[in-house]
Design a protein around this ligand. Structure first.
Ligand code: CAO
Length: 578
């Protein structure tokens, strides 16, 4: 098998570019034109694509490396059949080899070359040449190479703004590169002729700038000096000064390590305008992906070098929103700020483990419920002294039946009776929220703590089952839950859930409703307590209960009545026969 060395293509008159992202790892398979790395000059970032399909066998650069045209960046072992297509591969590979005569080479080079040519190519039309008077200069889109049309991803100035030479006016993006169209003269922006989202091409009029009445050399002097280190510094300084008002697509400077997340949060998420995302640090492919997915890049936390946003960050952002962000975001009319990522290893030794599939699914469900449902939790205590006497009295019979009766099946029976008494608790909103579904069956879920995470198997038709049958089913389902042997159907269709931490301890907690159910009962550990009976303190077994409910479906008074009724039923189970 032969392999291709991929090189840095023609990078215009930038002598060096920085490697800012590795898009592949050794061993990865790539197709022709898949990005291998992203490089960046002071004017543009561009991907270096693979000229051949195959497998990456070596990466010769690392993030942060400075490279020049012709430097080898990677070796790609040709996929089967590629070697024979040598002509093809050579044609593509020309770019990698820096072969200027090559067509595809040109493709790879042009976005950057174009950006670099901004200075030389941008058209400037001088309407008047009087040294004393101001004049109107037109700034047009420079040669964008064979990109044909490029999209305006940001308009960086407003009419009336003062600009210096080389200040970015608009940011453009092709599928391979982002670039700025700089002001060719210093002056005041008097018109902007294109808007965000416009498709533009070579020569499209970008803006008109009224030059300052400083002398005839205003524009020409500026053009002469473009590209000098001084000008670059000046341009950068100009950007820095107005960074708040007109964010630039230049990479954000890496905040000090300690403040990195906070800074990212403050400057990007919190103040992010609902714009194109051109004011964040991301490459063209990422921007294209964000556009396709409708993601505003300002809201995405970059995990790449210097906070650069990677494709994975965009995917993770979308996933997060799909799993939990939608409802609350809609309700609140704004985005939920992301939890900042912290490098915990900076504070001590860490052991990083993958999060189990069940935990991830559980997290998504819990977040969805928490964000969509206005939760209220009501606490009470049931006097279960007699119930406990009854339960313990069942021991011999239970053993004969091959089951162990814990408080849970008895609580489940009482809950089912309460659901029948208070049907709203046994209901759900329809998906559009316009109807309320009263379920005529009583399927009750119960939370099972497993090593992989929380599972909620559902016991069907609790009203038709006796305590022993429920005890057997609870034992059997919880055992299979812990062995990861539950079938999906056994976790569906619940009307109400019970989360019992009684065996563990605690005096109360606020369980999260298992939406689209509207309520859940948290059971804590029963304890024997002195209870005043009107004449004296007597020892009673008190069971703490915590009822969380969706306040859209259930009002507080109703929840109060439900809890009182349930506590009475647990105090005297005969009540459920009434
Ligand atoms: N108060 C005091 N003791 C209790 C009790 C309570 N409320 N509930 C159960 N117990 C006792 C049982 O009687 C049993 O005692 P013995 O060992 O002396 O017989 C012991 O605690 C263990 O019970 P268990 O846990 O085996 O059985 P269970 O029916 O009570 O619970 C199950 C089954 C699957 C719900 C439980 O094992 C479990 O996984 N609970 C965790 C649920 C959870 O994680 N909830 C949080 C979810 S996030 O909201």
């Amino acid at each position: 098998m032969s392999s291709e060395q991929v090189r840095i293509p023609d990078i215009g008159d930038a002598s060096e570019v920085e490697v800012i992202e590795l898009c592949v790892s050794v061993g990865d398979s790539v197709e022709v034109d898949d990005a291998l790395i992203v490089i960046e000059s002071d004017k543009a970032s561009m991907e270096v694509p693979s000229p051949v399909a195959g497998r990456v066998t070596a990466l010769k650069v690392a993030v942060g490396d400075q490279c020049s045209e012709g430097d080898v960046i990677a070796e790609v072992e040709l996929a089967d059949g590629q070697a024979e297509e040598d002509g093809d591969s050579e044609a593509n590979g020309g770019a990698a080899h820096g072969d200027d005569g090559d067509e595809d080479s040109g493709k790879a080079q042009e976005p950057d070359a174009t950006a670099e040519e901004d200075d030389a190519e941008a058209e400037v039309q001088t309407d008047a040449a009087s040294p004393e008077s101001s004049r109107i200069e037109e700034v047009r889109v420079p040669d964008v190479g064979d990109a044909g049309e490029v999209i305006v991803v940001e308009v960086m100035v407003a009419v009336g703004d003062s600009v210096e030479v080389d200040d970015g006016l608009v940011a453009l993006e092709s599928d391979k590169a982002t670039m700025e169209v700089p002001a060719t003269v210093a002056g005041k922006v008097v018109s902007i002729e294109i808007g965000e989202g416009d498709q533009v091409t070579d020569g499209t009029l970008v803006a008109r700038i009224e030059t300052r009445a400083q002398g005839a050399d205003d524009g020409s002097a500026a053009r002469d000096s473009r590209g000098s280190a001084d000008q670059q510094d000046k341009r950068k300084a100009g950007r820095d000064e107005r960074d708040e008002a007109a964010p630039s697509p230049e990479p954000a400077p890496a905040p000090a390590e300690d403040n990195r997340q906070q800074a990212a949060d403050d400057t990007e998420a919190a103040s992010a305008p609902a714009g194109s995302g051109a004011d964040v640090y991301a490459g063209p492919a990422v921007r294209m992906l964000a556009r396709e997915l409708g993601v505003q890049l300002q809201q995405v936390q970059g995990s790449g070098n210097k906070g650069r946003i990677l494709k994975e960050d965009v995917h993770a952002f979308v996933k997060q929103r799909l799993q939990g962000g939608g409802g609350a975001e809609a309700a609140a009319g704004g985005a939920i700020p992301a939890i900042p990522e912290v490098d915990f290893s900076r504070f001590g030794e860490v052991d990083v483990q993958p999060v189990s599939r069940i935990m991830r699914a559980g997290a998504a469900n819990l977040t969805r419920s928490w964000l969509n449902l206005p939760h209220v939790t009501q606490h009470d205590e049931a006097d279960v002294t007699d119930l406990e006497t009854f339960r313990k009295g069942l021991k011999a019979d239970a053993e004969r039946a091959g089951v162990k009766v814990t408080p849970l099946p008895l609580i489940m029976k009482a809950v089912q009776a309460a659901l029948a008494e208070f049907p709203r608790f046994n209901g759900s909103f329809s998906a559009d929220g316009q109807q309320y579904v009263f379920k005529q069956y009583f399927h009750i879920g119960f939370a099972v703590d497993t090593p992989e995470g929380l599972l909620v198997p559902v016991i069907r038709d609790v009203d038709r089952k006796g305590v022993f049958e429920l005890a057997a089913e609870i034992a059997e389902l919880s055992e299979r839950a812990r062995e990861m042997k539950l079938k999906p159907d056994e976790m569906r269709g619940g009307c109400f859930s019970i989360s019992s931490l009684g065996a563990i301890g605690g005096t109360g907690f606020t369980p999260i409703v298992n939406a689209p159910e509207v309520a859940i009962l948290g059971v804590s550990r029963l304890t024997r307590k002195p209870v005043w009976d009107g004449e004296q303190f007597v020892p009673r077994d008190m069971l703490p209960l915590s009822l969380s409910y969706d306040h859209r479906a259930i009002n507080g008074a109703e929840a109060g009545r439900f809890m009182v009724w349930l506590c009475q039923a647990l105090s005297d189970l005969r009540r459920i026969l009434l």
